[in-house]
Write a protein that binds this ligand. Sequence first.
Ligand code: HMG
Ligand code: MG
Length: 293
Amino acid sequence: MTGGVERPPPRVTVVEVGPRDGLQNEPGRVPTAAKVSFVEALAGAGLRVVEATSFVSPKAVPQLADADEVMRSLRRRPDVRYPVLVPNERGLERALAAGADAVALFTAATEAFAEANVRASIAETFERFRPVAMRARTDGLWLRGYVSVAFDCPYSGRVAPESARDVALRLFDLGCDEVSLADTIGTATPGDVARLLDVALRDLPGNRLALHFHDTGGRALDNVAIGLDHGIAIYDSAAGGLGGCPFAPGAPGNLATETLLACLAGRGIETGVDRLAVEHAVAGLRDAIASAA
Ligand code: HMG
Ligand code: MG
């Protein structure tokens, strides 16, 4: 199944994850108002999906303990989706109370990473997701799923493409509208990406698959190119190249949104995003962090 993809796609959706994947790993204190302004500036730059924050345990990720306030303060645009990370039913309740209408679940392709990240087996993560997915269906929430360590795991090494594909399939079966395959520690090569997509596209809807590259190895853009050749039209990136998962050693820096936009523009692929406005958003955030220090 390829889900009717065009290779390469004429238009790409850039999913901005900086306010969540970036700020969850920020060592300095980021004032809540600066987070809100950052999300608003990114939406103003033309990004149509901005992952705004995360309703995980504040003990696990203190950097995003103000998720409720961020969501409540946000002036939302009707044409922008603001997904929030939700690990369990408790997170969903908090997200709904704060007005979220799009949520992202996250699990992993390896047991070791699931245990390190969310203190659960892969099967247990799906147990936690079941009530969230049911509520998503009844309330009409948009639902994203992440497969972490889809290529390499910092704890158990290389990941078979079939393992990542199987977890993605379970997320679609659960009712996810979109599933993102993540190179959590930024070690995937273009060959790895081609191998996973060749396997994944046999069973998964390509038009609802996203790729999420951390840029540790400096190969994120080469990996995007392989995704484009396979017709994948949704890419996650973080403005300013912020980012990383605090539970994945060696996972700094998502692919920078500005870099991704320049690459796509160079290939004549439309995104509808203003790269200079993204750079302004990053400069504004850096100023706010510097003055809070
Ligand atoms: P746990 O300790 O196993 O769960 O944590 P628990 O149910 O026993 O709860 C422990 C405490 O947390 C309790 O509080 C709960 O009430 C509270 P206490 O009784 O000790 O006072 N709690 C919560 N509080 C607020 N909101 C909640 C919530 N849930 C429980 N939603 C849990 C399990 C999943 C909650 C925890 O391990 C956790 O929050 N982990 C966060 C992991 C995380 O955020 N990782 C980074 C994001 S994923 C990522 O970056 C990868 C991605 O970018 C893709 C890629 O690159 O791979 C998406
Ligand atoms: Mg990530």
